[in-house]
Write a protein that binds this ligand. Structure first.
Ligand SMILES: [Zn+2]
Length: 618
């Protein structure tokens, strides 16, 4: 009996020991998690370039061969509107061109050019030179009419030659654009136009015109076509919409003009989580309560975040979170927030461990704007008392981030509400030289246009190495405009740049009424389309994407084409560069100096790892 008792007691003792050990192990794991030891263990897949290797887009453009003539007309309304976009499209595609304003200058001879871009809707300024243009193409040149042409005598003179058999009096309202599958990345489906109007000519084409995009479906009114003429080609766009969200359609059309077309791209898919980590709002929210009967806090921790992590696993997404310490409205430099550090650590470390990145959003959500600017009633923000106050508050955020994530490098800034004054930008770059990316937004919204300090950007790099990296699409409900923008940017920059907020699921304006599970379903549909359409698209963090923008800005490819091969020399090559190549005649066989990934039709992604590329053709 006594022996048995000792045995049982021994067993009990061992049991307690095991429990104690397990408990200690859990504590150790938690400690490691919270301390952020793992936080920096992911190497960047692409590093920022050294300062002395930075080449801006303007500098890269100056070394291009000027073999394209761009004709525009500052007195032709469509031409003037389109010119704003085409200036960027051609600069980003590294198309060396001479721009000529027909309202001010005389037309030069087409001799010496290989391509003429006729960015005119009214051909009258060309006059009799329309015939010379046809001769130029017949002799092997290429000409592109990107704008919907006005029906007049000069148009009539050329319409049959560019493939138009018949034209009706009435303009056509394009409700959606159907790019053929082999024409555009992400094509083979219709993209709804958000504000349709009578934009296009109702044309019937001759049989020898090859159509690349139609209105509504593959049989609708032709919107993009190519017509061979003699030894050259005409490319015609009949879309009639020239805003920033349409750039990629014109990039794709441009790439039809030559036997092989190559242009540099960024090749990045980024997902920003604005206001994350941040204080979780307390209490309940209407739609969360309705669908999940739980608090906002529990929804964030137990539903939203696990779902976001599942997206990361399923598609390989790397999140870039933008930390904000407080939602107070102090603008005098006092910063007395007492954030819930446990939440910051948990969310921050989980994000970092998934290969993500953390950047700055602000001590609070008050944009870096001083009293020389006025919000004109568009926003409920204050302006900062002075620069010293901005600095005091921003230093508090930096100390907070450093103390929680000591091994993590913070190099990226996203302005609250995408508002940033010139003074605020200058202040940031001067005071915090470790900030190398300012990430605003691609599309102006109405209020920002009125305020003159909306942080609307192009993908570009300053001479000081700081990258402007706009975010393009957002939220979980990709409406018609955003869907059009996303296909457009895939084709111009080979980019997906998306941001969302944890509180999107609470906000009826951002789709909350549909419920989180429907928002999630739609987002999944977008991601599935994106990654199926764009093989080779790289999932990058914000800073990795900036490194890609630096390389994109610097490089310019030169190509020599012969019957069986092409040789590409890349100027300002650093260590790697990304290009889209369209093969219009012969397809590629083997490649040296890089890797080709087939996307669709004759479109390939070229990842160059040397500055000289040789492609043998089939
Ligand atoms: Zn924010």
């Amino acid at each position: 009996m006594g022996k048995l008792k000792i045995c049982i007691e021994g067993f009990r003792f061992k049991g307690i020991l095991v429990i104690l050990l397990v408990f200690l192990l859990i504590s150790a794991i938690l400690l490691v998690e919270l301390s952020g030891i793992h936080a920096n263990r992911y190497e960047r897949s692409l590093e920022l370039m050294p300062q002395d290797k930075i080449v801006t887009k303007e500098e890269a453009a100056s070394s291009l061969e000027m073999d394209t003539l761009l004709l525009h007309n500052s007195e032709d309304q469509s031409s003037a509107i389109a010119y704003e976009q085409f200036d960027v499209i051609l600069e980003d595609m590294k198309v060396g061109h001479i721009a000529l304003d027909m309202a001010k200058e005389n037309l030069p001879s087409f001799e010496g050019f290989s391509c003429v871009i006729v960015l005119l809707s009214d051909l009258t300024p060309l006059g009799q030179n329309v015939a010379d243009l046809c001769d130029f193409v017949y002799g092997g040149g290429s000409a592109w009419f990107p704008l919907v042409l006005e029906s007049n005598v000069y148009f009539s003179a050329i319409s049959q030659i560019i493939g138009i058999d018949d034209i009706s009096q009435d303009y056509y309202t394009v409700n959606s654009i159907y790019p053929h599958e082999d024409f555009m990345i992400g094509g083979g489906r219709a993209f709804a136009v958000s504000d349709p109007f009578e934009s296009s000519l109702t044309v019937v084409l001759s049989d020898d015109a090859k159509v690349y995009a139609n209105a509504e479906d593959p049989y609708g009114v032709p919107l993009v076509w190519k017509k061979e003429y003699g030894s050259g080609v005409f490319v015609v766009d009949n879309i009639g919409m020239y805003d920033k969200a349409m750039r990629g359609f014109y990039a794709a059309s441009y790439s039809l003009l030559s036997d092989v077309c190559i242009y540099p791209v960024i090749n990045a898919s980024t997902f920003y989580l604005d206001d994350f980590p941040s204080q979780i709002p307390s209490g309940n929210s209407e739609y969360i309560q309705r669908d999940y009967h739980t608090t906002i806090r529990d929804f964030y921790i137990n539903i939203w975040w696990p779902d976001m992590m599942n997206f990361a696993d399923k598609y390989g997404l790397k999140y870039t979170g933008l930390a904000i310490e407080s939602y107070d409205d102090h603008v005098d430099g006092t910063a007395d927030a007492t954030p819930d550090t446990g939440t910051f650590l948990n969310f921050g470390n989980m994000l970092l461990r998934k290969g993500g990145e953390l950047g700055y959003h602000g001590y609070n959500h008050q944009p870096l704007v001083l009293s020389n600017k006025d919000y004109k009633g568009h926003y409920d923000y204050k302006t900062w008392q002075n620069e010293k106050a901005m600095k005091l508050a921003f230093d508090v955020l930096i100390d907070f981030c450093d103390s929680l994530f000591p091994d993590t490098e913070f190099t990226l800034y996203v302005p609250p509400s995408n508002l940033l004054s010139d003074e605020g930008r200058e202040f940031l770059i001067r005071e915090y030289p470790h900030i190398k990316t300012i990430s605003g937004i691609y599309f102006d919204d109405v209020a920002d246009a009125e305020l003159d300090f909306g942080c609307t950007q192009e993908f570009s790099v300053d001479k000081n190495g700081v990258v402007d990296q706009p975010r393009v699409v957002y939220g979980f409900i990709m409406d018609d405009f955003l869907t059009m923008a996303s296909v457009s940017e895939l084709n111009l920059h080979f980019v997906n740049s998306h941001f969302t907020h944890p509180d999107d699921a609470l906000d009826s304006e951002r789709g909350a009424e549909l419920g989180w599970s429907e928002m999630k379903r739609r987002f999944d549909g977008y991601l599935s389309w994106l990654y199926n359409s764009a093989p080779g698209l790289r999932n990058l963090t914000g800073t990795e994407a900036s490194a890609a923008v630096q390389r994109f800005a610097a490089v310019s490819p030169r190509m020599e084409y012969s019957e069986n091969e092409i040789n590409i020399t890349i100027d300002n090559f650093f260590d790697e560069a990304q290009f889209i190549v369209r093969f219009n005649k012969k397809l590629p066989d083997t490649v040296e100096g890089g890797k080709l990934t087939h996307i669709t039709g004759g479109l390939y992604l070229l990842s160059a790892n040397e500055n000289i590329i040789n492609i043998k053709l089939k």
